[in-house]
Design a protein around this ligand. Structure first.
Ligand SMILES: [Zn+2]
Ligand SMILES: [Zn+2]
Length: 278
């Protein structure tokens, strides 16, 4: 069942996410995507002028709900990114969500990217060579940077710095405006300014497509998806159950249908075993 065939689908973004999302969804489903001019920065910016009030999922849902209301579409897509640190280690971490909401079928489908493939970082510099060095480390000029006078809270902020002469000018300006003779420099995480992030949004979109193509075996609704991961793979040495995942539980979002699927590997390496590798 191709529930999107020939339908008009809204895409809520002001940061050019259509570059990756539109060709993938149109190519896969034969729908027609229209980009909404809704100012998504009102829901939060990465540069802290507007802080996000809700969870990543709820923010994406608000974006798409508001977009559908304003444009009279019945089905729409929005995405929301999150940057921070890995839950267990001090390494930069990116989560991308792409959410599709269909008010006609009363369906929500989504895809995620979660991983450490990001250039998310910042530093404070006292001279231009140090600013340039930071920029080079984070993939400038393909990846843009943002500069501020003094620190991350300064209202003196320059964005869309995408070449060396702009970087030089921005540094001079922020340095001149600073009270501590220092400049705050950070990666620009807006999708169009950050090819690494755009790639992650693409991966999340592909996962959304996979979910849309996964139909409930009972009622045929798209979005038959993993709702639980069951641990218990056996240690291949001593056959004790480990915390490694052995089964996925799939469920339909519409009817009560559930299915449990065993993963191919039933044995885990002894390094995950509490007995063999305490
Ligand atoms: Zn063992
Ligand atoms: Zn079902």
């Amino acid at each position: 069942m191709n529930f999107l065939k020939d339908r008009d689908v809204l895409l809520v973004t002001i940061h050019q996410k259509e570059k990756v999302i539109k060709p993938l969804l149109e190519g896969q489903f034969g729908c027609h995507m229209h980009v909404s001019p809704l100012d998504t920065d009102q829901f939060g910016t990465f540069t802290r002028e507007v802080s996000r009030q809700q969870s990543q999922f709820d923010t994406a849902r608000r974006k798409v709900t508001m977009g559908l209301k304003l444009t009279n579409h019945r089905v729409g897509v929005a995405s929301e990114g999150m940057f921070g640190f890995h839950p267990l280690a001090p390494i930069p971490w990116n989560t991308e969500l792409v959410l599709l909401k269909d008010d006609e079928l009363e369906l929500e489908l989504y895809g995620y990217y979660e991983g450490l493939n990001t250039n998310f970082s910042h530093t404070i510099v006292q001279d231009y060579p140090a600013a340039l060095q930071f920029a080079n480390q984070v993939g400038f000029p393909d990846h843009h940077v943002i500069l501020r006078a003094d620190d991350e809270h300064s209202s003196v902020i320059l964005k869309d710095i995408m070449n060396e002469s702009l970087l030089q000018e921005a540094f001079k300006y922020c340095f001149y405006k600073s009270t501590n003779r220092q400049v705050f420099i950070e990666t620009d995480m807006r999708a169009y300014a950050n090819p690494t992030r755009m790639k992650n949004i693409e991966i999340a979109t592909r996962q959304l497509i996979e979910q849309a193509n996964s139909l409930c075996p009972s009622c045929g609704t798209p979005g038959f998806r993993i709702v639980q991961k069951v641990p218990g793979r056996l240690c291949e040495q001593c056959h004790t159950p480990t915390k490694q995942i052995v089964q996925h539980v799939y469920a339909c979002s519409t009817c009560q249908c559930q299915q449990t699927k065993d993963l191919e590997d039933i044995y885990a390496s002894p390094r995950y075993c509490d007995l063999c590798n305490p």
